[in-house]
Design a protein around this ligand. Structure first.
Ligand code: ATP
Ligand code: MG
Ligand code: MG
Length: 351
């Protein structure tokens, strides 16, 4: 069977490895950290830095296709790999999603609604952007932000200076605050043949910037659901995308507004492991391996709950609950804010 190379060995890489293994494929993880969660389930692990040219070349030679579980792989590392093996999803998806400004420009260029935005490099830029966009607003680093890190709320002009200082000079983007009623996401997939399949949108609840729960079905009208799926398809097609993508949306009275895209399997798609015949991890492996997409139809209503930090201590109680489908990441140390696992609960069945 073929071997899938995965850049990054966190929980997403781990669950991708399990899915690949179920399909009779092998997985080879590349991760700089010594004991990545995916290391225990993958067939091979390379522990080397992102700038280790020799290790990157040997890794690429050892696999048939390379995918990734996080979008911040340095460009130079990708160049080295791509000289040897194909990278799926392709470079354009990575280039766009590595920078919030490029991403917003791409999305609005497709005719999709986003929050009003402006690039901010200096205090002058910020004052000008605040004059145009107004408050409340959010200042975000353009690169490397996740779980709400690298963001500062601005409720009025008096917050501007502290917000800018908190980003420590990193290139930033100011976004107008979107008055949404709730947040949803679409997990979409596109095959090598251009086929598109989207899962039913899930409704996402965050706490302290971190995803807490995803509930399917989301509270959406039929029309909103169609809009969500069509806009995800539009993004996938525009990028000639191969693999699974997460598209985060704000629901507002004026329609759906795209927050951000993730060119990979997504935490808000973990419900598919117990609510769809083919889950997002198998779907992604199928796509990048060049197989036809699977059937992503939902057969259950599901609530996915993340286990974050010391919530790992709930394990005895959760393991005693026969209806709690547990997915644990094998992380030894429970640091605050660290995703330790998740639990899926079936709450009903679609009519
Ligand atoms: P993730 O872990 O999803 O990658 P992130 O660090 O990239 O998170 P965002 O998704 O941009 O950050 O923002 C985190 C959360 O902050 C959003 O899910 C939303 O609740 C809130 N938020 C972000 N941008 C806006 C906005 N422009 N208007 C209103 N709320 C926002
Ligand atoms: Mg993000
Ligand atoms: Mg987000």
């Amino acid at each position: 069977g073929a071997t899938i190379g995965i850049l990054g060995g966190g929980q997403l890489g781990r669950m991708l490895s399990v899915a690949a293994s179920r399909l009779g494929l092998k997985c080879h993880i590349y991760d700089p950290s010594p004991e990545p969660p995916a290391g225990h389930v993958a067939d091979a692990v390379t522990t080397a830095a992102w700038d280790d040219a020799e290790a990157l070349a040997a890794f690429a030679e050892a696999v048939d296709v390379v995918t990734y579980e996080f979008e911040n792989v340095p460009t130079a590392s990708l160049d080295r790999i791509e000289a040897i093996r194909p990278i799926r999803p392709g470079r354009e998806a990575l280039r766009i999603s590595q920078d919030r400004l490029t991403e917003k420009e791409f999305l609005s260029g497709l005719g999709l609604a986003t929050a009003p935005f402006a690039p901010v490099d200096t205090a002058n830029d910020l004052n000008e952007a605040l004059r145009i966009i107004g408050t409340p607003a959010i200042l975000k680093t353009r690169r490397f932000g996740y779980d709400g890190k690298g963001q500062a709320r601005i409720t009025g002009p008096e917050d501007a200076e502290a917000a800018l200082a908190s980003l420590e000079g990193a290139p930033a983007i100011l976004e107008g605050f979107v008055e949404f009623s709730h947040e949803v996401s679409v997990i979409g997939a596109r095959g090598i043949d251009g086929a598109v399949a989207c899962y039913d949108p899930g409704e996402n609840e965050h706490r302290e910037g971190i995803l807490r729960t995803t509930t399917v079905p989301a509270r959406l009208s039929g029309g909103q659901t169609t809009d969500a799926v069509l806009l995800a398809g539009r993004i996938l097609n525009a990028l000639d995308y191969v693999g699974v993508m997460g598209v985060e949306l704000f629901v507002t009275p004026r329609g759906l507004i795209v927050n951000e895209i993730a060119p990979r399997v997504h935490n808000s798609g973990h419900w598919t492991q117990n609510g769809a015949v083919i889950d997002q991890f198998e779907q992604h492996i199928r796509a990048v391996a060049g197989w036809p997409l699977g059937d992503g139809r939902r057969h259950a209503d599901v609530v996915m709950e993340n286990l974050i930090g010391d919530e790992a201590a709930r394990l005895p109680e959760l393991s005693a609950d026969p209806t709690a489908a547990l997915h644990l990441y094998g992380k030894a140390e429970a640091r605050p804010g660290r995703k330790m696992g998740h639990v899926n609960r079936i709450t009903g069945h679609p009519a």
